[in-house]
Design a protein around this ligand. Structure first.
Ligand SMILES: C[S@@+](CC[C@H](N)C(=O)[O-])C[C@H]1O[C@@H](n2cnc3c(N)ncnc32)[C@H](O)[C@@H]1O
Length: 205
């Protein structure tokens, strides 16, 4: 399988190598993005598109009183997450299962915080997906979507080419805010314009 497809759904031994590299590559981005989350005493956290569980480990550290759940469409990712978070899983702090953002295996209004790191652009039908995600948040709960790339006037055509190559459906920052607001979230975005990173935050009203 070509590397471009592995990013969308890592599989097999080659997928494991991609998962490892992605986890290392996204570490600084993830720490920056999670630092943008407003102060919360979250008890139930869901990471969508959890990859190898690298963010879940950070979330378990940042929110020691929370239970951190991961979902991913890739079985290889879920296996990797379980190995990478072995002790947190034994201690009942982390769990992971195969599931898609379109069908989240947790009840409505069950989550205090939902994160998605370098994944939203792979979600089928973003509007429906975000509305479904928002339905899983408690009132006052936070959705945090972190992306290593966003459209600017300068990068538009280069970024569009990247999107074709990696099968990504990137949206404009203002469009993401509108999608989140249509889903009942009070939304904003925070940029690191030097790095080209973005965090989208939505609070359920
Ligand atoms: C680029 S990787 C990022 C993984 C991880 N969040 C990280 O930062 O290292 C994208 C992840 O999204 C997952 N993914 C893609 N489509 C998905 C969907 N519909 N529902 C849940 N996860 C999905 C992929 O399997 C993959 O693990």
């Amino acid at each position: 399988m070509v590397i471009e497809d592995q990013c969308q759904k890592p599989q097999g031994d080659e997928g494991r190598e991609v998962i490892k590299q992605m986890g290392e590559h996204h570490r600084e981005l993830t720490i920056w993005g999670l630092a943008n989350i407003p102060k919360t005493s979250a008890k139930e956290i869901l990471d969508i598109g959890c990859g190898g569980g690298h963010a879940l480990k950070l979330l378990a550290l940042k929110y020691p009183n929370a239970k951190c759940h991961g979902i991913d469409i890739s079985e290889t990712c879920v296996e990797y997450t379980k190995e990478y978070n072995k002790f947190n899983i034994q201690w009942g702090k982390v769990d992971a299962q195969v599931a898609s953002v379109e069908s989240i295996p947790f009840p409505e209004e069950s989550m205090d915080l939902i994160t998605g790191i370098e994944t939203y652009f792979f979600w089928p039908n973003l509007e429906q997906a975000i509305a479904h995600v928002a339905s899983r948040l408690k009132t006052g709960g936070v959705l945090c979507i972190i992306s290593e790339q966003y459209f600017t006037t300068e990068n538009h055509s280069a970024m569009e080419a990247q999107c074709v190559k990696y099968h990504m459906h990137l949206v404009e920052n203002d469009e993401m805010v509108k999608i989140m607001e249509d889903a009942g979230l009070k939304a904003e975005y925070i940029l690191d314009s030097d790095k080209g990173w973005v965090t989208y935050l939505g609070v359920k009203e």
